[in-house]
Design a binder for this molecule. Structure first.
Ligand code: NAD
Length: 250
């Protein structure tokens, strides 16, 4: 119940999907949470829903485009002003497409790199000074199994998620002396709006490749993020936590 009691978290891409699931579990474990997203209306509704279930003033919503430094500054300021500090950052926002090397336009490449890769760096850069003021913190960067293994049709996504994996380790090494832990999470197929765009006939064979032969609910990733955010993971940094039903074990 109280695994995150007294902690304040900022979750990017928190309007829906895995980010919203993390916000619900974090609040259930006693944290105060700011969720940021470009989907302002949905973000506000998610915050309202959580506040009505857990008591008002547990979650605040903020407009956050992860590619914009000014938005990150405002989100971190909100954490400090409304909840008194920042202890946990979940760099969860991300987008995907299913295009190979030659099929990807320069504009598509830049968009994915800006959101999935630059957004994670900007988030850490913006949050770390606030964590330093608290004497430490935990950063969880959401990568993917596609940040570990390749496939034929998501070139820019693979590139960015692989970058998140090593950016995480670099940050873990740099900030260990300041008691800021940094870990990456690598989900397999998770049933969120991100995969809704893939026709079920194309998705099913991918799902079947995992030894568990199923996709996961967003909460199954979110519980792992709770662990990494909590003091239970006090000696865990620079790690990559795969949550994929065995997909990458084969
Ligand atoms: N669903 C999967 O199968 C799967 C698998 C592996 C990794 N992931 C990763 O998990 C994370 C969460 O994805 P999800 O499955 O919940 O999908 P989702 O599409 O439901 O959620 C992603 C959220 O990010 C937000 N977002 C997009 N661009 C943004 C921006 N510029 N600034 C702020 N927010 C922005 C979206 O509005 C959305 O709310 C992503 O990083 C994704 O790459 C998902």
């Amino acid at each position: 119940m109280d695994r995150l009691k007294g902690k304040v978290a900022l979750i990017s891409g928190g309007a829906r999907g895995q980010g919203a699931a993390e916000a619900r579990l974090f609040v259930g474990e006693g944290a105060k949470v700011v969720i940021g997203d470009v989907l302002d209306e949905q973000c506000r509704k998610t915050a309202e829903e959580i506040n009505s279930n857990f008591g008002a003033n547990s979650v605040a919503a903020v407009h956050l485009d992860v590619t914009r430094a000014a938005d990150w500054r405002a989100a971190v300021e909100l954490c400090e002003r409304q909840f008194g500090g920042l202890d946990i950052l979940v760099n969860n926002a991300g987008i995907a497409n299913m295009k190979g090397i030659e099929q990807t336009s320069e504009e598509e490449w830049d968009t994915i790199v800006n959101i999935n890769q630059k957004g994670v760096w900007l988030g850490m850069k913006s949050a770390i000074p606030a964590m330093r003021r608290r004497g430490g913190g935990s950063i969880i960067n959401i990568s993917s199994i596609f940040g570990i293994i390749g496939s034929s049709g998501s070139a820019a996504y693979h590139g960015t998620k692989g970058a998140v994996r090593l950016l995480t380790k670099a940050a873990a090494v740099q900030y260990a002396p300041e008691k800021i832990r940094v870990n990456s999470v690598h989900p397999g197929v998770i049933l969120t709006p991100m995969v809704d765009v893939v026709p079920r006939s194309q998705l099913q064979p991918i799902i079947e490749m995992a030894p568990m032969k199923r996709a996961a609910q967003p909460e199954e990733v979110a519980w792992c993020v709770v662990f990494l955010a909590s003091d239970e993971a006090s000696f865990v940094t620079g790690a990559e936590l795969v949550v994929d039903g065995g997909y990458t074990a084969v």
